[in-house]
Design a protein around this ligand. Structure first.
Ligand code: BV8
Ligand code: ZN
Length: 247
């Protein structure tokens, strides 16, 4: 089973989606902020947006959908998660259910809000400190060896940037081998992530969509379940693993 998730799975945790009502893009346009050009042009504005998102996400909890998927992985080693989300909620749900192996079973296709990368030395590190976006001089700087002090960026994949080749290779390998792809809470407009469900279908697998709305993947879905992830995903998991009940 490959589970492909998008911002919709975190909507029930209070994380704003990208394209829905009150979505992140409402206030800002993708090309305005989530691109390397935007960061080049105005790193302060981009860090202000990411600092705001980090504050929102840090106050959110994984919901029943995240927890059900983590419990499913604990019960069935055949379940893989590829998420487009950068909110870290799948990782937190897994940590809560105590499955250490999750790293090998969870791919964050677009990186993480809480990881930084240094533009000078390339160093990556967990980073949860509040962002001081008041001025360019206050923006986060590298604490790398030898006092690099290079400028830091969020370690996420921006539009126009390629995903990590290893991540792409693993994700498409999972998609091609999956008996079914469960697609939860994505508008399926962003590539190459949305293609994963098509690869499972083309390899003879089933596609199950969980989304209150239709999406470009709906026509190819074996079944589309019209509703919210927190309501539907725990019931799907329980139907496969009656013993698994998410807290
Ligand atoms: C790439 C990280 C090769 C950052 C994100 C022109 C120039 C350059 C590139 C392109 C181009 N045209 C097309 C492209 C490709 C581009 C792309 O796909 N563009 C789209 C907009 C057309 N892709 C890329 O650039 C990718 N890289 O292709 O590299 C390359 C290299 C150079 C040049 C060309 C190609 C990189 C894409 C990664 C972008 N980074 N995030 C950040 O987060 O800040 S993508 C961003 O959108 C998030 O990761 C998000 O997850 C993702 C997709 O959005 P969704 O998750 O689907 O969220 P959305 O709000 O849209 O939908 C929510 C859904 O949930 C809705 O359907 C709603 O109905 C549903 N829902 C709501 N409530 C619930 C629910 N479902 C269930 N339960 C609920 N309660
Ligand atoms: Zn550095």
């Amino acid at each position: 089973m490959l589970v492909l998730t998008g911002a919709g799975i975190s909507a029930d945790s209070g994380v704003p989606t990208f394209r829905g009502e009150g979505g992140l893009w409402r206030r800002h346009r993708p090309e305005e902020l989530a691109t390397p050009e935007a960061f080049e042009r105005d790193p302060r504005l981009v860090w202000e947006w990411y600092g705001w998102r980090r504050r929102i996400v840090a106050a959110c909890e994984p919901n029943a959908a995240h927890r059900a998927l983590a419990a499913w992985q604990a019960a069935d080693a055949g379940v893989r998660i590829a998420t487009q989300n950068v909110d870290g909620l799948h990782g937190r749900a897994a940590a809560e259910s105590g499955i250490a192996a999750v790293a090998a079973m969870l791919l964050e296709l677009h990186g993480s809000l809480f990881r930084i990368r240094c533009l000078s030395c390339g160093r990556r590190a967990e980073h949860r400190d509040p962002i001081d976006a008041g001025s360019v001089s206050g923006l986060p700087r590298c604490a790398g060896t030898g006092g690099c002090r290079g400028p830091l960026r969020p370690d996420v994949v921006w539009f126009g940037e390629s995903l990590d080749p290893e991540v792409i290779e693993t994700a498409f390998g999972w998609a091609g081998a999956a008996d079914a792809c469960l697609v939860v809470g994505t508008s399926a407009v962003v590539q190459p992530a949305a293609r994963l469900a098509e690869v499972t279908r083309e390899a003879g697998g089933a596609v199950i969509e969980v989304n209150p709305d239709r999406t470009p993947l709906t026509p190819l879905a074996t079944v589309s379940l019209r509703g919210g992830a927190a309501a539907i995903v725990p019931r799907l998991v329980a139907s496969d693993q009656p013993s698994v009940t998410s807290r």
